[in-house]
Design a protein around this ligand. Structure first.
Ligand SMILES: [Zn+2]
Length: 445
């Protein structure tokens, strides 16, 4: 038997890297009208399906049995309670450590509300509220099972990596005399990188392609009520059409301050999806670098602190004409009255490294593009992918420069996320210290 294996290996018929890979997928499209997330302006539940929403999983195991599972979900974001529940269950059921699991959301704004995230943004009746409770419970079960499906599908595989480029969006932090608004800022930082991880079966068939991009998945604006994965959904559909049998998985990277441009119609979403899938396809069709070695992982939970606040400021905010501010004030006052004012929040920082060839830094929250640009500069030897929107989405994560500029991402979004106000100015440095910490633990320099 051994001789045959050696002969097959010599003939290039067995993968030399020793990886095994498995994939899973499960449809998560709700079967009844459901409240859509992302825009406070919506006033009724969804009214149909443009295309299905999916949770997809890729499990990779190295030659020594060390594993990682990456899950991509066509949703706006996962609340920590839900991702923690999934992580605890897969640790128990499949023995998968927390550090070896990444749950990334595409941040589509035409997917259901995932409670309890952003609940203060919506006026729900009892029936819609109950539907969201059921959706979240079902989602938890589906995420656990799709992780199990990928682990159950492990088979010899070859991994390779490459990068494409695309422009579908624009920095949205427009400076005006009245402050920074959500608009168009052609001068602002962007990242055209389209990182691609290709997974082939032992006999060279495309099994999965994991790709990412840094841009809000908001081509479809608040007047759209059909469920869909927006441009990221179209990009995945295109790739699965061109490569029958392959699983295409989209990761949202650091697109918090980027919007698609133009936006507003289904045609725009199709167009941006095509731009991304074409960029991925040209990487797949070109020379790609093999990924070899062991799968190492590290995960830590750090504290992010808010700027100081007082009870009085929320008593005052109760008089606001803005119902979202009133709701935030009420919840902050409740916290004060219970003797636990909100001073900090926990935040997940994770790294998964495949040999020296592919490194994923997974960050929670809506991370602005400067984090990706800075991390790539600070780790020039790594083939680095920085994915925000990972494991949980509980707030925006602005850079110091964005915090200084003010506006929606550092300030007003905190009202909808139910936080007392902006983070303290050491936010970016605190997160980068943690990034350096997890990177050191996986052997990256
Ligand atoms: Zn967002």
């Amino acid at each position: 038997m051994r001789t045959i294996a050696v002969l097959l290996l010599a003939a290039g018929l067995l993968p030399a890297a020793g990886f095994r890979a498995g994939v899973g997928r499960v449809k998560i499209t709700p079967d009844k009208p459901i409240w859509l997330s992302g825009y406070a302006s919506r006033n009724h539940p969804s009214d149909g399906v443009l295309h299905d929403l999916w949770a997809k999983s890729l499990a990779v195991e190295d030659g020594k049995g060390a594993r990682a599972v990456l899950v991509t979900v066509d949703l706006v974001g996962l609340p920590p309670s839900l991702s923690n529940a999934v992580a605890a269950r897969v640790a128990k059921e499949y023995g998968l450590e927390r550090s070896r699991l990444v749950l990334n959301c595409s941040h589509t704004h035409t997917g259901p509300v995932v409670r309890p995230n952003l609940l203060s943004m919506y006026d729900l009746d009892a029936e819609q509220g109950q539907r969201l409770v059921e959706f979240a419970k079902e989602l938890e079960n589906k995420l656990v099972s799709v992780i199990g499906a990928a682990l159950g599908d492990l088979a010899p595989a070859k991994l390779s990596t490459g990068h494409g480029k695309a422009v579908i969006g624009i920095n949205r932090r427009q400076v005006t005399p009245k402050g920074v608004i959500i608009g168009l800022n052609p001068e602002g930082p962007t990242d055209p990188d389209v990182p691609v991880l290709k997974v082939e079966t032992a006999d060279g068939k495309l099994k999965a392609v994991l790709f990412g991009f840094s841009c809000h998945n908001t081509t479809l604006t608040g007047e759209h009520y059909k469920l869909s994965g927006d441009y990221a959904g179209f990009a995945q559909l295109n790739l699965e059409k061109t490569h029958p049998g392959a699983t295409a998985m989209f990761m949202q990277l650091c697109g918090a301050d980027q919007n698609p441009n133009p936006r507003g119609t289904v045609e725009h979403a199709e167009q941006h999806g095509r731009t991304i899938s074409q960029a991925v396809d040209s990487v797949l069709g070109g020379a790609m670098k093999p990924v070899r070695g062991n799968v190492r992982s590290s995960f830590m939970s750090i504290d992010l602190t808010f700027k100081p606040h007082t009870r009085e400021q929320f008593v005052e905010e109760l008089n606001s004409k803005d119902k979202f501010r009133v709701r935030r004030a009420q919840s902050m006052l409740r916290a004060y009255d219970e003797g636990r004012p909100t001073r900090k929040v926990s935040y997940p920082v994770q790294a998964i490294r495949f040999g020296k060839d592919y490194t994923l830094v997974a960050l929670g929250g809506e991370v602005v593009v400067e984090y990706a640009l800075r991390a790539k500069k600070e780790f020039p030897k790594e083939n680095l992918v920085v994915a925000g929107y990972s494991n949980e989405v509980s707030s925006y994560i602005p850079s110091l420069a964005v915090m200084k500029g003010g506006g929606y991402e550092p300030d007003f979004s905190q009202i909808y996320y139910g936080y007392p106000g902006p983070f303290s100015d050491d936010l970016e440095e605190t997160i980068f210290a943690a990034i350096h910490n997890v990177m050191a633990r996986v052997g990256a320099k």
